[in-house]
Design a protein around this ligand. Structure first.
Ligand code: PMV
Length: 309
């Protein structure tokens, strides 16, 4: 009763920021993401008659309660020993709930011998964290309701995503609390959700056409509007650090020089710049030159969560 699975974290181009159901983690609007190859998590689940659940992340003991909610929903009543390892610098604040809960859902069901569909596994991962819903199918993925689906395989478009580490350590307000606070107090929230509903069909059209200039601009606007919504919460949520802002300006300068590179930012300080593979060395070098940037990871699109033999 033991299995190991891997999953990649993902970056959203049309963001999920607002739940319509806090208990079931159902989104107010649909989102679009791409899985990133270097942001890989490996999780081993062992089920048995243990006195309690336990969870370690990169060797550190963590609270297993969210994992238990997911196991209960899968019908797994045996206690679980969960060991999760990230192949990327968690110390830099890149810890990913998306890859973690996607790998957990897949490993736990394999350990229990449950034969679940991708859709069912995606819906289970959702109970750990919303963004994990999209890491189960991987590739270019859309999450509308209970589960996410892959709309294109990773090979649909060979882009690069330069992840600039703009601060160390954990953020003050996690996405779960931040999202609730924003929904309940930002006067701009309804407009943000309406914008996402317009952005998704347009983003899918641009993704089909592989139009980097237009999709990149849309993704950058969508991210900045999500942050505008969060900034408008009471109390305000400021996820950015000085290197975050400096990176946004650096990418604008690069665009003036003819390099198509566009930013997106999750609920944290890090900037992810999307660009063509041939431009990635220039984008990486420019971001590395920004004061305060500790590291840049250049990622390509990746596939979904899977059980390791
Ligand atoms: O599901 P969570 O708690 O990982 O929240 C994800 C929120 C954002 O990363 C900001 C947006 C997104 O769609 O991934």
């Amino acid at each position: 009763m033991k299995a190991t699975a891997t999953a990649h974290a993902n970056i959203a181009l049309v963001k999920y920021w607002g739940k319509k159901d806090d208990a079931l983690l159902l989104p107010e609007a649909a989102s679009l993401s791409v899985a990133l190859d270097k942001l890989l998590t490996t999780t081993t689940v062992e089920l048995g008659d243990f006195p309690s659940d336990s969870l370690t992340l990169d060797g550190r003991t963590e609270d297993p309660r969210r994992a238990r909610a997911l196991l209960d929903a899968a019908g797994i009543s045996l206690r679980a020993r969960i060991a999760s390892r990230n192949e990327f610098p968690t110390a830099a604040g890149l810890a990913s709930s998306a890859s973690g809960f996607a790998a957990l859902a897949v490993a736990a069901c394999a350990a229990a011998g449950l034969d679940k569909s991708r859709e069912e596994l995606s819906a289970l991962a959702r109970l750990g964290s919303g963004s994990a819903t999209r890491s189960v199918p991987g590739g270019w993925a859309v999450w509308e309701r209970e589960s996410a689906r892959q709309v294109y395989p990773p090979a649909h478009w060979d882009l690069r995503f330069c992840v600039a580490i703009c601060a160390g350590g954990e953020k003050d307000v996690g996405s779960r609390d931040g999202m609730r606070l924003t929904r309940d107090s930002s006067p701009y929230h309804a407009a943000w959700i309406e914008q996402c509903k317009r952005d998704l069909p347009e983003a899918l059209r641009l993704l089909a056409a592989r139009d980097l200039a237009a999709l990149g601009a849309l993704a950058e606007r969508n991210a900045l509007r999500m942050h505008a919504d969060a900034l408008a919460a009471a109390p305000p949520l400021v996820y950015w650090q000085p290197p975050t802002v400096a990176s946004l300006h650096a990418l604008r300068e690069l665009r003036k020089q003819g390099v198509a590179a566009f930013a997106t930012i999750d609920a944290g300080p890090h900037v992810v710049a999307m660009c063509r593979p041939e431009d990635a060395p220039a984008v990486e070098a420019r971001l590395r030159a920004v004061e305060g940037i500790a590291d840049v990871l250049v990622c390509a699109p990746a596939g979904g969560a899977r059980v390791l033999p």
